[in-house]
Design a protein around this ligand. Structure first.
Ligand code: PNS
Length: 158
């Protein structure tokens, strides 16, 4: 069983995330999408809401399992017997941070990190920018799945 993890906050999942998850699902037997429980960071959606959205929008791939985790990602990988992390790289600006994390994770545990280049169509996309646009009435359709768009508008504009 070739298993891999795609970790993140997913607050909420974007088409950029989905692109990486979908392409990864073609390379591995099982993709575990791991949602970080971060009590220090204020989030728009609860972890369970994010999991529900992820389950709905990844159902069609057939080999995705959505889980939550807290603490170190490498500990989650050990518990779940996952040897590899896949991360999307949008631009050079992601690189320093991601490289440092990949090297630390490898140093701590031997878990490998593989970087997948994002689809240029989504290379400018981030959950925080999306929330900002949606909060002020901007249109984010085409950047998030329809379900997420509906929930975003509901949550932000009451
Ligand atoms: O979507 P995000 O917020 O960029 O995802 C970041 C995430 C969850 C992948 C990263 O913060 C993470 O792995 N956090 C868990 C804590 C951890 O393992 N830290 C050590 C890094 S060396």
């Amino acid at each position: 069983m070739r298993r891999v993890v795609c970790p993140g906050s997913f607050d909420p999942v974007t088409n950029g995330h989905l692109d990486i998850i979908g392409r990864t699902s073609r390379l591995y037997d099982e993709v575990v999408v791991a949602v970080l429980i971060n009590v220090e960071k204020k989030s728009l959606f609860t972890v369970d809401e994010r999991i529900e959205m992820l389950n709905a929008v990844t159902k069609e791939y057939g080999n995705i399992r959505v889980e939550k985790f807290h603490g170190l990602l490498v500990d989650f990988c050990r518990q779940q017997e996952i040897p590899t992390i896949v991360k999307g790289l949008r631009a050079v600006s992601d690189f320093d941070y991601e490289l440092q994390m990949a090297q630390l994770n490898y140093r701590m545990s031997g878990v490998e990190t593989l970087f997948m280049s994002t689809n240029p169509e989504y290379s400018f996309l981030s959950s925080s920018r999306l929330k900002e646009i949606a909060r002020y009435g901007g249109d984010v359709s085409g950047l998030v799945p329809d379900l997420v768009n509906t929930l975003l508008v509901e949550r932000l504009r009451g």
